[in-house]
Each structure stands twice: as C-alpha cells, then as structure tokens.
Design a binder for this molecule. Structure first.
Ligand SMILES: Nc1ncnc2c1ncn2[C@@H]1O[C@H](COP(=O)(O)OP(=O)(O)O)[C@@H](O)[C@H]1O
Ligand SMILES: [Mg+2]
Length: 393
C-alpha cells in the first residue's frame, strides 16, 4: 500500500518517470523527439529495467506539450493484434481536437479500411474503438498495414508543422502478433511514409539486433539504431547523493558506490534499493539516519526476503538443468560457460548448457552483457541472483 511517505520518496521504480526524475538520457530523449519531428525511424534497443519506457514517456511528454500527435503503445499489453490496432485508432482519436462528431468522421476516413466504430467517453475524455472490418478474414499483417497507412493519412492531414509519431514499445511482440509476413509488410508500408515518425523500442537485444543488422532481413537499414547502455555512474551517483542529503541523511563514504554495486548498475534495482533505504532508515527514529554499506546490505536482504514468494516460484519453474546452469553461472561470474569447469558444474554437454542459457535469456531471467573484449551472461534482476546465493548456494 502506498503511504504518504511513499509519495514523498524521491526514489521511484516501476512507475512512469517524469522528465524531472530521469538521470542522464538527454541524448536518447532528444533523439526520439528529433526522429518524430523529422518523420524518421528509430530503433531503441536495450535490456529491460534500463529505462527505455521512461525515455519514450519523457520524449512523448515533451512532444505532446508542443501539440504533436504522439501515439504510444506497449505491444506487450495486447493479447491480439486486433486489440492493439483498436487501441492505436482510439489513441489517435484522442489527439484530434474538435467536435466529437467531426473527430469520429475524420478517424473513420483515415482508417476507412478498418471500418472503426468509435465511442467517446466525455467523463474521461477518452475514446474507445472497435474494428468493424471482419478481422478474421484479414491476414493479420494486413490489418497492421492498414492501421499504419491510416496513421500516415492522419499525419498528412495535420498542419505542416505539427509532428506526428507512433511509438511502439516491446516492438518484437508486434511482429509476433502479426505473423511471419509482418516484418516485410511493415517495412513495405512505413518506408513510403514520409510524414509520420516511428520509434520502436525493445528489450530482446539479440533478436532486435539480428532484425536490423542482417542485410537479408526487411528492417535492414530502415532507420537508425540506438543501443541503450547503463546510466553513467557519476550522474547516478550525484542524483542519489543529492536526494539522500535533501532527505536529511548522513552518507558514509563509499555508501553510494556500494548501493550501485549491489544493484549491478541496473537503474530499476538502484531505485528500488534506494527507495527502501530512504523509507525504512527514516522510520528507525534517528533524526539524521546514516546510510552505510551495512545498512544498505540489511535493506537489500529485506527486499530479497520480501520477494521470496516470487523468487521461489520462479526458481521452482526452472528445470534441474536450468537451476544448475544458474548456479554455475554465479560461480563463474557469468563467463566461460562452455569451459570444462562449467561442464563439470552442470554435468551436461556444452550444447545443453548453451540451450539452457538461451532459454533463460528468452524468458527474461538472463541477458548478455557485451563488454569491450568479452561476453558475460548476467541476471536481468540482480536481486534474484542475491536470493539464489543466500538460499540455495
Ligand atoms: N534514467 C533513469 N534515471 C533514473 N531512474 C531510472 C532511469 N531509467 C530507468 N530508471 C528506473 O528504472 C525503472 C524502470 O525503467 P523503465 O523505463 O521501465 O525500463 P525499461 O522500459 O527499459 O524496462 C524506472 O521506473 C526507474 O525507477
Ligand atoms: Mg519498458
């Protein structure tokens, strides 16, 4: 339950961050804004929890303040393409100002092939849409192409200076929903669109990289590609220091570094740990609580224990080989997973270990981390690793 103190907490995670609480990322936000202003195309690729959605939200917020038409969708929120396309149409309607009836007519015109049935909810100032076209008879990808073409028609009908953009988060899910021909059909449609800008973000780093870097694939050279790395340490350090001090904390030297270390520099985990430190150390009664490495470790253990039911479930769902692979990975610090040592630890052949790692990357437990001259496999959630170390190892 969110208490009043929670609302005051300067460290937030798992909810939309406004532009005032985002550390760094000015370049990425600017690139998203520029892409949409110029009617360009951009792929934003980076691991989960690194701040992609926050960047997209901040950019969309800036653009909307300047009366741009920005439709932002998270492809993972929709179980079917039909529902995703309906949401796209409804959100587009929300941006068109004017009499309800006129907006409805305009939308019906832009997206005529989908025969959308629109309804306006005046209390919430929102629209809902249902597709009147017989979607079962449509090839899935065709439905998507009609929606994108409709969006471009809408864009062209706007005053010249008004930017129009479509932002799709977790883009790879859209390709899944659209079926095997979706990639080719999306490309064919949007490469002719000159007016609307497109920004596609995704966490499946490897799949997306293959999609945009392989000359044989439709998205090759379709737009620019931006890989999202961690937030630069000095910036996060400053952010954390300033906010803890403003909250009346005393900081041990090295405490902030320690906090970032145990969170493995993952922005989500940094914020979650900082949030807990802020709330719980303040309720311990001292007027000026001390943030020390020991206090941070204690708070971290509390978080890990609180998540125990979730982590237990996650762990029990893994196969024995996957569990052993994770244990080996922790022992080997994510490196040399094909070595004889790894083989001995897991008790399986290299190909089996590889497959096991691959499946856990697919399901969002692990991710690959490329450094200058090596490849490591790390946990997407570093606190899950902590749980395994504390309870299993
Ligand atoms: N630049 C940032 N500055 C501060 N916190 C951030 C930043 N990026 C991400 N975070 C933290 O991580 C959380 C998850 O970010 P999110 O944008 O949802 O990541 P993604 O979409 O890549 O999974 C945010 O709610 C916030 O707590
Ligand atoms: Mg996201």
């Amino acid at each position: 339950m969110a208490s009043a103190d929670d609302e005051l907490n300067p460290f937030q995670f798992g909810r939309v961050l406004g532009s005032d609480s985002l550390v760094d990322r000015e370049d990425e936000v600017a690139e998203v804004v520029r892409t949409i202003r110029e009617g360009g195309k951009l792929f934003l690729i980076g691991p989960r929890r690194f701040g992609k959605t926050s960047i997209l939200n901040t950019a969309a917020e800036q653009l909307t303040q300047k009366s741009a038409v920005v439709v932002q969708l998270d492809a993972e929120s929709y179980p079917t393409l039909d529902l995703l396309v309906s949401a796209l149409v409804a959100l587009a309607a929300k941006h068109l100002t004017g009499e309800v009836k006129k907006v409805g007519t305009a939308i019906g015109h832009f997206f005529s092939r989908l025969r959308p049935e629109l309804e306006f909810n005046p209390a919430e100032n929102t629209w809902s849409a249902r597709l009147g076209a017989d979607t079962s008879r449509h090839d899935h990808a065709t439905l998507l192409v009609e929606a994108l073409n409709g969006f471009e028609r809408l864009a062209q009908a706007q005053p010249e200076r008004r930017p129009v953009g479509l932002i799709i988060d977790e883009f790879q899910k859209l390709i899944e929903l659209g079926g095997s021909s979706a990639e080719g059909q999306i490309r064919a449609a949007i490469q002719t669109h000159k007016r609307s800008g497109y920004v596609f973000a995704d966490s499946k780093t490897r799949i997306l990289s293959a999609m945009v870097n392989d000359a044989a694939r439709p998205f090759y050279r379709l737009g620019s590609v931006r890989f999202l790395g961690p937030v630069p340490r000095p910036d996060f350090h400053r952010f954390l220091t300033n906010r803890f001090i403003a909250g009346g904390f005393r900081l041990d030297s090295g405490a902030i570094e320690h906090l970032m270390n145990v969170a493995h520099d993952v922005p989500y985990n940094i914020q979650m740990l900082a949030h807990t430190c802020w709330t719980e150390l303040r309720t311990q009664g001292t007027r000026r609580p001390l943030l020390s490495a020991a206090a941070i470790d204690q708070m971290l253990d509390r978080i890990v224990m609180r998540q125990d039911p979730f982590y237990t479930l996650l762990w029990n769902r893994l196969t024995a080989v996957q569990q052993k692979t994770l244990l080996a990975l922790i022992r080997l610090d994510g490196r040399n997973l094909q070595s004889s040592k790894a083989i001995a630890l897991v008790g399986k052949a290299p190909a089996t270990i590889r497959k096991s790692v691959h499946l856990m990357i697919e399901s969002g437990i692990l991710r690959e981390e490329e450094t200058l001259n090596s490849m490591r496999v790390v946990f997407e959630d570093p606190f899950f690793e902590r749980w395994i170390t504390a309870l299993i190892l």
